[in-house]
Design a protein around this ligand. Sequence first.
Ligand code: FMN
Ligand code: FES
Length: 452
Amino acid sequence: MRRIPSHKELEALQKELQDKHDPDRTRILVCHTGCKAMGADQLLAAFKEGVASAGLQEEVEVVETGCHGCCAGAPVIAIEPQGIVYHSVQPENVAEVIEKTIKNGECVDSLAAESVDDKPVFKREEIPFYRQQQKIVLRNCGRIDPTNWEHYLARDGYSALAKALAGLTPKQVIDEVLQSGLRGRGGAGFPTGRKWQFARNAKGSPKYIICNADEGDPGAFMDRSILEGDPHSVIEGMIIGAFAIGAQKGFIYVRAEYPIAVRHAHKALDQARALGMLGENILGSSFDFEIEVREGAGAFVCGEETALIGSIEGKRGKGKFHALKYTESAELPDKDYPMLLTTGRLLYHFHTGTMTRRVESLEAISPEPFVEVNAEDAKKLGIADGELIQLRSRRGQTQAKALIGSMVDRGILFMPFHFKEAAVNLLTNDALDPVAKIPEFKVCAVAIEKVS
Ligand SMILES: Cc1cc2nc3c(=O)[nH]c(=O)nc-3n(C[C@H](O)[C@H](O)[C@H](O)COP(=O)(O)O)c2cc1C
Ligand code: FES
């Protein structure tokens, strides 16, 4: 590995690696991240041994990859160039896969990911789970060895960085990201270009860029999968972001309990340093940048950005209020729909396990749909605590029991969105939030009345 001094040399090296990569060569891509929990280690060893004992080392490459996307089928493998995907593969299936698929081009029915019309399907583009997907952020996950920088470069890795450093100003980079419509994966879907614009325009120095890879929701697959399966793309994105906002130092904040993500981040950072993608005069430009990994201890709140920053600074992980400015909702109350309904999570939503278990866990805590109503509003409308009320918006209606108190202001209603039968989100609108210009799906104007 050598330092790449310019974008021209990067292009030359990418070309060299692409020429070296024979697309017709048989590759067995074994998911070696999350699938380890279901025995991918033993499976990988069995494939390496099976290929060697069949004398196929020259023709067949066994590649350790990140997540392929359908973790419920663990351990997952894919066979290229045919694009065959097998699920729930065990070491005892290896001999059959080598004999049938690798040597004779036949598929193994018992390892099919899915069936269509009672017939097993094997090709990625035919399997219902995969065929509708167009992977953008995760394009390399499951396709490359995340610990091998050559794989990343061969798929045009670091080209976007080279383009930014060689020919664009920070403002042009921000404009390009704004135009792309790229949004954050942290939950709010905030437009990345706007965030970079705010950071660029913010007074003060030094500036830092932080990659939030905390992934407090286990199995949310928003941060961890990318870092595990394609760490160089995270690093490249951070360098471009740092150039755009004017930062010279970055942090990857990742949970210590995600050891594969931590390991792959460290390895990719070492490689990026050796290639000259980090450090001084990146790709021959005047831009300098470094990244450090900070391991989080696993507090859920430390995924929240202000708590996360505190934690990096060595303080107690505790959220801070931002300077809030009140902005009117995109949909305002009027005489037909005189109140504003907000929907969202309750505090204990954050302590109820994974997304998939969440609804069941929440129903155990809060079994009946309810809507919080201000005591004065309730009095005016003649609604008693626990009474059933009808909520009507421009899009639909639903019913819930009134919970009367002082938690919401007059004119405001609050209803959590985990009650399947009340389906409160059917009431809310998809108008644009006036500040973020992204769909404001949690607020809408409603009318309420007692169900007689
Ligand atoms: C309690 C709480 C936990 C959070 N945990 C995470 C997390 O684990 N990962 C994450 O990316 N964002 C998390 N967020 C959101 C972050 O505060 C922030 O909005 C996000 O990192 C912004 O990044 P984005 O631009 O990629 O969306 C959390 C927020 C809250 C309130
Ligand atoms: S397919 Fe293996 S972790 Fe997702």
